[in-house]
Design a protein around this ligand. Sequence first.
Ligand code: HEM
Length: 507
Amino acid sequence: MNVAVFSLIAVIGGWYLLRWMRTISTRSSPMPHVEFDGDKSRLRYARESEKLIARGYRDYLKKGQPFSMRNVVNHRRPLVVLPRKYLDEVRNAPQHEMSFPRFMENLSILRDVGGPLITDELCHATRVDLNRALPHLLKQMHEDCLAGCRELIPECSNWTSMMLYPLLLQIFNRIGQRVLVGPELGRNEDWLDLTQNYTTSLLQGTNSVRAKYAPALRWMAKYLERDVKVVYKQRQRGAALLGPVLKARLAARTEKLADSHDDAIEWLIDEYRRTGRKVKAEEIAQDQLGLTMAAIHNTAATVLSTLYDLVDHPASLDDIRREARQAMDQHGGINRAALQSLHHLDSFMTESLRMHAMPEVTVQRLALVPKTFHDGFRIAAGTQVMFANRQLNHDADVYPDPERFDALRFYDDPEELNNKQHHFASVSDESINFGGGFHACPGRFFAQDVIKLLLASLLVRYEFKYPEKGQKRPADMADNLVVYPNVTVPLLIKELAFGDISVSGML
Ligand code: HEM
């Protein structure tokens, strides 16, 4: 063998050896795979994953071991559920290592269906501007809440059957849109119709594409799939409705007209300019739809879920109603001080969320680089990790007697407010309903305020019960790692008798 051939073989061999060593060092550590016996259909994974995660939690996570399970979005990339000992390292990892937006992009195949990405601008607008503006937005939010209840809930001096979820969704959409897009579009019926229906269209598009297209062919869906074309149409409609408002807002800035707006259109313009991006109607509209998607359904579903629990716990309902009336009387209506004094309500909402949290898993991240944890456990770049939120909420080592609904579990003595350990929007080692770390839900304080506003307003005005005697909270419904309260069950509603409530004029 001459020297040239030998050198060539050595170079090729060395290259393969290096590649092999890199693969080994970036491969995930071995871990158990948890799967269903028998029926392994997509539908079963979408509806019953809670059972798998419960099994993995008991058999592995509690022993400090991660496990993997099937990913219905992409079978070649199993999901990895991690034990709590890795929570700190994941939630504190920088965005360029562990990304929530990129995880969502993969999970909801956002690029294939034309859905809104979780952009830095959108997150900044929520994390910084919305939270800064919350104190002075409260008055407007309360007025919108009352107007929504007045206009949308039909007269019901006798017990009247109502499907509450669509009503709650409409009320939240009105309150939310006023905050997101301001007065011009916040009252525009076309915009309200678009934002109210957008999430459902996007989910339909996502589900169709996941079910019918192999991952490598999903890019074609925007040309072929009817449900995806609907999403694109809505995207254009959003940009068309927002365009003139954006133009007027930008003109007002150029002409230095007094700017009295404090809403997400302004926050996004500021953020786009700060980061040197051109402000375009199409992109601002996508961000607004992204915020709508994150904000409206979650919040409306949380109110419905809490209402079911309130109906099941009439003694707590009386306490909370009494507390709400006192707060309104004492503080002259609902304002920040009144909301902060609703300790029974806060504890009840937190317990309801613990028992019926919507996300099955949270702190979901896509590893953008290989990662080695403190004890040597490795994950490869491209791994999708998460933590078992609902199982944690039902873990007896974390919450004693976890299957008992304890309305006062999170009640702290109002006299010792400085020591208050928990509130609805808390994130901690024990509570990851809103995620954790840098990506922890930035809209949770807004959600907390709106949910309290609406519940307090409803409870001082109405009574609620199930149509059937002895009926209890209906079983929750699961879909792809999200668990919803059952939205198909009507409740009976009746206005409380006048004179019964000192603040009846509030509505
Ligand atoms: C009860 C209602 C809500 C629940 C249960 C909820 C839950 C969550 C969860 C679990 C995350 C991921 C956090 C993580 O992985 O660490 C998240 C992120 C997010 N949420 Fe919420 N959320 C709610 C309401 C809202 C509202 C009202 C808004 C907007 C006004 C909002 C905006 C966002 C945004 C922008 C992100 C992405 C944050 C980032 O990537 O840094 N959410 N939410």
